[in-house]
Design a protein around this ligand. Structure first.
Ligand SMILES: Nc1ncnc2c1ncn2[C@@H]1O[C@H](COP(=O)(O)OP(=O)(O)OP(=O)(O)O)[C@@H](O)[C@H]1O
Ligand SMILES: [Mg+2]
Length: 312
């Protein structure tokens, strides 16, 4: 089973407009509201494919209740810690020309030391049942920057593997605990290796470097490159993943979907290169879904035969 931890989930509200006019009134053609946040997305894709997962983290107020309801409807088990503040709402504005969405992300509610203790206790309770602990996303105000590092260490003490998909200082600190799996995109990977990554060849080198930083062995370092696919460095060497071509609608949640696909396939006993193909398909299926929508099972299955994995 995979326990996902989302410390700062969100209600994602997508506004669809004709043409974005900054400093003027924009008429909204339609809007969609959905549950979001890295772990929430990952659990939804895993569940969509039929995997076992539980989503945890912090939720509060009306927006928190909305997220629980979305998860219930999709049959995703959850065990969030209730906090006193309201879970945040993130807005994205998408125009008819399909430009990349303009997003507005709130910081999120303040977390207390007691909230954090309760979360740690909850994670500890689940550890004996887990194959993977998945950590990701931004930190709400009040959460210490070493929180992912501490959770990775906690997982490792119980022999549970840890996946971290975060950025900045929390990710840098988490790397010290040597997670078993990371999946930065190129911009995040550049921050981790401390140099620019421009194109496939740079990404190959950076993925290998990150794999070594994780302590090599059975660790997995994926660098995702949007429509350019992804690079996977692992003990068999380096694989290049070619993602299926899709008409891109919105990239929100592509990375989380990729991770959902990979963890589902690994849990189902597929070999790593095959799991990588499931990840590429799930990422592409989400790219083809507009707004904050997440890949559905049928779309992932349909794209699978067009995802290619080659030894690089
Ligand atoms: N336009 C696209 N066409 C096809 N596949 C895509 C596209 N965008 C993303 N993907 C697939 O999804 C994977 C992950 O996407 P991406 O690199 O954008 O992740 P990300 O930046 O971490 O996204 P996020 O953090 O918003 O979830 C890619 O490696 C690719 O397989
Ligand atoms: Mg990402």
């Amino acid at each position: 089973m995979v326990l996902t931890v989302t410390l700062n989930p969100s209600v994602d509200r997508a506004l669809f407009i004709g043409d974005l006019k900054v400093g003027d009134t924009n008429r909204v053609l339609r809007s969609e509201t959905d549950a979001g946040g890295k772990g929430v997305n990952l659990s939804r894709v895993l569940r969509e494919l039929g995997g076992h997962t539980v989503a945890t983290g912090f939720l509060g107020g009306g927006p928190g209740a909305f997220i629980r309801q979305v998860l219930d409807v999709q049959d995703v088990p959850h065990c969030f810690v209730e906090i006193s503040g309201d879970t945040r709402t993130n807005f994205s504005v998408e125009d008819e020309d399909r430009n990349p969405p303009t997003t507005f992300n709130e910081r999120g509610p303040e977390i207390t030391a007691t909230d954090i203790d309760r979360l740690f206790a909850r994670v500890r309770e689940y550890l004996p049942k887990l194959s993977w602990l998945s950590l990701g996303g931004s930190l709400p105000p009040g959460a210490p920057p070493d929180i992912f590092q501490r959770l990775v260490e906690m997982a490792h003490r119980e022999g549970v593997k840890a996946l971290v998909d975060a950025d900045g200082e929390p990710m840098r600190l988490a790397m010290l605990a040597r997670p078993d799996f990371i999946k930065p995109n190129e911009r995040e990977a550049a921050r981790l290796v401390g140099r620019e990554i421009q194109g496939r060849n740079d990404a190959l080198g950076a993925a290998m470097q990150l794999y070594q930083q994780l302590g090599a062995g059975s660790a997995l370092a994926v660098i995702s490159r949007g429509a350019g696919g992804a690079i996977l460095a692992c003990e068999d060497g380096i694989y290049e993943g070619l993602t299926p071509y899709v008409e891109m609608r919105s990239t929100i949640g592509c990375g989380d979907s990729m991770l959902g696909g990979i963890l589902w396939a690994l849990g189902a006993g597929h070999p790593l290169s095959e799991a990588f193909r499931w990840g590429l398909s799930a990422g592409a299926a989400t790219a083809a879904t507009d707004g904050t929508g997440i890949a559905r099972k049928a779309a992932i299955h349909e794209l699978l035969h067009r995802a290619k994995v080659e030894q690089a």
